[in-house]
Design a protein around this ligand. Structure first.
Ligand SMILES: [Zn+2]
Ligand SMILES: [Zn+2]
Length: 106
């Protein structure tokens, strides 16, 4: 059985970061905290909020691909790993601190 192609669901919502408690203004694409870069495992396909895990997803590394930074996060609870494009408002120092770190293969 082939799963349907992942579609991005745009859903602007503000949230409070579960890790550093920063207030994050959602623009529909924001899925991680721009300050500490932590996220939560709430999506199956990006933006769909269909995962019932809800575990925290700390950043484990930053890659540079096709001219952009890609944030790699791993769920503390179930080990799910995913890649996220870094957002414009992400803290450059936080990104720089992760850049060059060895990223585990999923
Ligand atoms: Zn945060
Ligand atoms: Zn999870």
């Amino acid at each position: 059985m082939t799963p349907p192609p992942a579609r991005f669901t745009r859903r602007p919502e503000d949230f409070t970061c579960a890790h550093c408690a920063a207030r994050v203004r959602g623009d529909g694409y924001t899925n991680h905290c721009p300050r500490c870069l932590w996220s939560r495992h709430v999506d199956v396909a990006p933006g769909d909020r269909a995962a019932d895990c809800g575990g925290l997803m700390p950043p484990v590394g930053v890659l540079y691909e096709q001219g952009r930074h890609v944030l790699v996060q791993r769920c503390e609870r179930c080990g799910h790993q995913r890649r996220n494009r870094a957002a414009r408002g992400d803290d450059p120092a936080a990104l720089a601190a992760l850049f060059g770190r060895a990223v585990p293969d999923p």
